[in-house]
Design a protein around this ligand. Structure first.
Ligand code: HEC
Length: 130
């Protein structure tokens, strides 16, 4: 019995730790996505397809982290936003066509506000995940 209790408290401690870890990973990924956002837009406007591809590849890997996070939470709408964002970023990363990249950027941009409205809490400087 004592052993079971000990095991439960150890598991609980680990669960708490992994949630904190996941939130930190999420925040790091979100900041990196946001850092690529302006350079990506500039590159698309300039029709610099290789610079756009490089920024979009970084974004796609950030969205991988978001997809995993929301899958663990079973939040279907957020999984959908993150997957659409990931796939559009991947399209830009894999394309050498300026028009195709610009079209994918429009789809990508549509995901930011939708997911923030549903899942971003708090305010500027202190955003939270909800
Ligand atoms: C699947 C949901 C989702 C998508 C898609 C998404 N975000 Fe976020 N974003 C969040 C959540 C949740 C937070 C709050 C947690 C945090 O700040 O890490 C956030 C926070 C942010 C922040 C504040 C970061 C900080 O803490 O300083 C910025 C900037 C941001 N997102 C930019 C973007 C941009 C740009 C896009 C689209 C290219 C985007 N996000 C797409 C969910 C999303």
């Amino acid at each position: 019995m004592k052993r079971t209790l000990l095991l439960i408290s150890v598991l609980a401690a680990f669960a708490g730790f992994s949630i904190a870890q996941d939130d930190a990973a999420y925040s790091t990924a979100m900041k990196s996505i946001s850092a690529s956002n302006a350079p990506l837009r500039t590159a698309i406007t300039a029709k610099d397809t290789s610079a756009a591809a490089a920024e979009a590849a970084k974004m796609a890997s950030g969205f991988d982290t978001l997809i995993a996070y929301w899958k663990a939470k079973n939040a279907d709408d957020a999984i959908k936003f993150a997957t659409t964002a990931h796939d559009s970023a991947k399209t830009i990363a894999d394309s050498k066509d300026a028009d195709a990249q610009a079209a994918a950027l429009t789809t990508l941009s549509g995901t930011c506000g939708g997911c923030h409205a549903a899942h971003r809490g708090g305010g500027r400087g202190a955003y939270t995940i909800k």
